[in-house]
Design a protein around this ligand. Structure first.
Ligand code: ZN
Length: 141
């Protein structure tokens, strides 16, 4: 369910997120499509449409995440909270593969999130290949 987000709130979130996806760090400039304002705790789980619970995410990730807050760590099978791009540090949970096309989970949270959100789906990996050639990717910060 899409919640109403005012223009002002949307701008605030864009600024907080640095105009890029909190999961793959892709900038609005290279995705060529608007990023979703994503509920970190989904509305279906009682998440509110407030600045503290919103971040930017690629539309596909938002769809794959759906109403989940947890997913299985593929290494242990344990239920694990999904990455919180507002409060957690990307580098502590993920890194880029050597060729820059895939995101690798470093922790249970990282691994569960990569799998649940399909962060290495074939379409995005193909795009990243071109971004690497263009020198736009992986992001430096
Ligand atoms: Zn993304």
């Amino acid at each position: 369910m899409a919640a109403y987000i005012s223009v002002r709130l949307r701008r605030q979130i864009e600024q907080d997120a640095g105009h890029r996806c909190g999961y793959c760090l892709s900038s609005l400039r290279i995705t060529g499509t608007p990023l979703d304002a994503e509920h970190i705790v989904p509305v279906a789980r009682g998440g509110k449409t407030v600045r503290e619970n919103l971040w930017l995410a690629c539309h596909r990730y938002n769809r794959f995440k759906s109403d989940r807050t947890h997913a299985s760590d593929p290494l242990t099978g344990e239920p694990t909270p999904l990455f919180n791009p507002r409060t957690q540090v990307w580098d502590e949970h993920f890194r880029w593969s050597r060729d820059g096309t895939e995101i690798l989970g470093l922790t249970a949270i990282g691994r569960a999130t990569v799998l649940a959100l399909q962060m290495n789906n074939e379409y995005v990996v193909e795009s990243r290949r071109f971004w690497v050639i263009a020198g736009w990717h992986p992001p430096l910060d």
